[in-house]
Write a protein that binds this ligand. Structure first.
Ligand code: MEV
Length: 433
């Protein structure tokens, strides 16, 4: 069977499905039925989703959960989270409740600068290029006016453009390094349009003025935004840090700080530690229609900014007070992109009180900090599996197609028994005998 095809994107949706089902599935009818089972019966809504990307054949569901009781800078939020991992929302909710009883989270936006670059090569003298750039800079800004005009009216726009000599790293390589304020927009389209206009002006003026060839290689925003930073923090007296009698506040605080210190010095641990933070961050990013790949790339680059991959969070005990905090770069938008298009994104944003991009940065950072707190709390006390497997129980029961009665009985049973895959299998078998 030929598994390649030309002109696929031009086929109708139903022809695409037929081709896929007939080419890749032994039971093509079942494949087609499954694909169609996930279509929305509201044709307009389905069309909206079809048109987000090319070659849409169906919808891919993720649960949208909510974590209530997040007290952030004295306001209470219920945070929407789109994620498949069983324990994440439960952990976030638990951490939210824990900290709401201890003054809540504080969060602050430290900076909001976005970055874009025009990469080019020039074979002439660096000094000539520098003199050329002095005259060019106002021309770059002026030629981009039609793009920047409305952003400027709202208080944003181009912050600065510098010429960077990168010839030490790569022969003949220079860049225009531009910084932007994009307000409530994530700004990718705005920045990339500005950069492409800069590249055009640069090429035109270079052709008129410079003796040597200047070749533009590419123009693109950077997802590394170390000056678009938000800080989230919690603190309380060490003795208030426990809500059970198995471990004292002091002992827990010390173990917790050590767990963070391990992630600060040990990259293997740091990656998993930060992955737990991203469980919270990505879930809110997805629910609010933001670009989680951009955020992931930028956050992990930031975690390695000192030369070794390290923990994003930090903790200390000072004069009897436990402090736990994180600073991360987050380039987010609450206008543009999917925010006005995807009905569930609109719903998620409204649930958060239609936040500005800055407010959303704070909420997202807090979700990440809460997730890390919950993970470290389990890891340093009961171990992660207890809570994780309790939440995973339903997935195992669903794999065995347990009925509602079976589920109710086994959930009850596992309130007092340790959940492992084999324990659940034995319990189901016993129940069914
Ligand atoms: C699992 O998704 C996340 C954790 O591994 C995070 C961590 O180890 O800190 C529990």
């Amino acid at each position: 069977m030929n598994k390649t095809i030309t002109g696929f994107s031009k086929l109708s949706k139903s022809k695409k499905i037929d081709w896929i089902a007939d080419t890749y599935f032994t039971d093509s009818e079942s494949a087609k039925n499954l694909i169609k089972q996930y279509w929305n019966s509201d044709k307009k809504l389905q069309q909206l989703h079809d048109e987000f990307i090319e070659n849409t054949i169906t919808n891919y569901y993720l649960p949208l959960g909510v974590a209530p009781n997040f007290l952030i800078n004295d306001s209470v939020y219920t945070i929407p989270m789109a994620i498949e991992e069983s324990s994440v929302v439960a952990a976030a909710s638990k951490a939210a409740k824990f900290w709401s009883d201890r003054g809540g989270f504080r969060a602050e936006v430290l900076s909001t600068e976005k970055i874009g670059q025009v990469h080019f090569t020039y074979k002439g003298e660096t000094e000539t290029l520098q003199s050329f750039f002095k005259i060019l800079k106002p021309q770059l800004i002026k030629a981009a006016q039609p793009i920047t005009h409305s952003m400027e009216q709202r208080g944003g726009g181009i912050i600065d453009i510098t010429l960077n000599d990168k010839t030490d790293s790569l022969e003949h390589y220079y860049q225009l390094h531009a910084t932007f304020e994009t307000l409530d927009a994530m700004g990718a389209n705005f920045i990339n349009s500005c950069l492409e206009q800069f590249a055009k002006t640069l090429k035109q003026e270079a052709a008129k003025t410079l003796e040597h060839d200047l070749i533009v290689i590419m123009s693109i925003l950077s997802n590394y935004v170390p000056n678009c930073l938000v800080r989230a923090e919690v603190s309380c007296k060490v003795e208030e840090l426990t809500d059970n009698s198995t471990i004292s506040g002091e002992a827990f605080a010390e173990k917790f700080v050590q767990a963070v210190q391990i992630a600060e010095v040990e990259p293997y641990r740091a990656v998993t530690h930060n992955k737990g933070i991203m469980n919270g961050i990505d879930a809110v990013i997805l629910a609010t229609g933001n670009d989680f790949r951009a955020v992931e790339a930028g956050v992990h680059a930031y975690a390695s900014r000192l030369g070794t991959y390290s923990s994003l969070t930090h903790a200390k005990i000072e004069q009897g007070v436990f402090k736990f905090w994180m600073e991360i770069p987050l380039a987010l938008g609450t206008v543009g992109g999917l925010t006005k298009l995807h009905p569930l994104v609109k719903l998620a944003l409204e649930m958060l009180g239609n936040p500005s991009a800055k407010e959303l940065m704070k909420i997202v950072a807090v979700a990440g900090l809460a997730q890390n707190f919950a993970a470290l709390r389990s890891l340093t006390t009961t171990g992660i599996q207890e809570g994780h497997m309790k939440m995973h129980l339903m997935n195992i029961l669903n794999q065995f197609e347990a009925t509602s009665e079976e589920k109710a009985s086994l959930v009850e049973h596992f309130k007092t028994h340790t959940v492992t895959h084999s324990a659940v299998v034995s319990a189901i078998e016993k129940l069914r005998q």
